[in-house]
Design a protein around this ligand. Structure first.
Ligand SMILES: C[S@@+](CC[C@H](N)C(=O)[O-])C[C@H]1O[C@@H](n2cnc3c(N)ncnc32)[C@H](O)[C@@H]1O
Length: 270
């Protein structure tokens, strides 16, 4: 059983929604170059915002989102209903590490996953299932974090030490904080032919309309793992709070810059 480091409380759900809506989805959708009729599998669909974004992009296709956590799944269904989009995508309970697709194996045109591989102990098993899920010639699209690319400038005192503790919390619970750099290798090892990789910029600076949301998101990412970081004794609780206070001051500076990118790779099943 893998541990999901961010948890699923209300503030975490709000953070994911903001991040999805404001920052990432259109850039990621552009990279996918969908034609409009694909059958898409989305592993670890979470609150389903990007699953629905893909659904809107394939009016003649179909999107199936697979999510292990009941709270996330229930909230995804609620959000879709509230937006009048209950039929846009199909959300199913399921475990990416023990995927059950019945007679759906080999029928999808695209298998997609974003921000899941960093949260599971065996990302290769999930990618193997994605390769098996698509038809011959079908595409496998992976998007995930390589936490090593984070830079803040001017750096708030203690920030990189705290970020380091955050990254170590990942490997202490058996997950890889650097899985982003492995995406092409994972595709190859899973039997797909890699065809493309890129970065999706996920940074910003003072003066950009999205910057407050972005800065709050990055704090939210780390704060959602605070309990894990402190209980694993990776960072002292008081020091944690001091660094976060520095971070908040930094985020209000007129020269604050946050540099981060999401790794993205595509492969094809032979
Ligand atoms: C960071 S969220 C990403 C959600 C969505 N893909 C996105 O990009 O907005 C990761 C999701 O993966 C789910 N998850 C974690 N382990 C899983 C597993 N083994 N099988 C399916 N979902 C899983 C978590 O519950 C969470 O909803």
């Amino acid at each position: 059983m893998s541990i999901y480091i961010h948890g699923t409380d209300d503030s975490e759900q709000r953070r994911l929604s903001l991040m999805n809506d404001v920052l990432l989805n259109s850039a990621m959708l552009r990279e996918m170059q969908l034609r409009g009729n694909e059958r898409i599998l989305d592993l670890g669909s979470g609150l389903g915002q990007f699953t629905r974004t893909m659904g809107r992009a394939v009016p003649d296709g179909h999107v199936v989102g697979i999510e292990r956590d009941e709270a996330q799944l229930a909230q995804a269904l609620r959000l879709a209903e509230n937006d009048g989009e209950a039929k846009l995508a199909e959300f199913r309970a399921g475990d990416a590490l023990a995927l059950e697709l019945g007679d759906g194996w080999g029928t999808f045109d695209v298998a997609h996953t974003r921000f899941l591989l960093e949260h599971i102990p065996d990302p290769l098993a999930a990618v193997r299932s994605m390769v098996r899920a698509v038809r011959p010639g079908g595409r496998i699209i992976l998007a995930d974090d390589d936490h090593g690319v984070m830079r803040l400038w001017p750096e708030p005192a203690g920030w990189m030490s705290l970020w380091d503790a955050y990254m170590r919390a990942y490997d202490r619970i058996g997950n890889d904080p650097f899985v982003g750099r492995r995406l092409v290798q994972l595709l190859h090892e899973a039997g797909a032919a890699p065809v493309r990789n890129t970065w999706i910029f996920f940074g910003g600076c003072a003066g950009m309309e999205t910057f407050p949301t972005l800065a709050a998101n990055m704090a939210g990412v780390v704060n959602s793992a605070r309990d894990a970081i402190v209980s694993l004794r990776l960072f002292d609780a008081d020091a944690y709070d001091r660094v976060m206070a520095e971070y908040v001051r930094w985020s209000q500076r007129p020269d604050a810059a946050l540099w981060f990118s999401v790794a993205w790779a595509e492969g094809v099943r032979g």
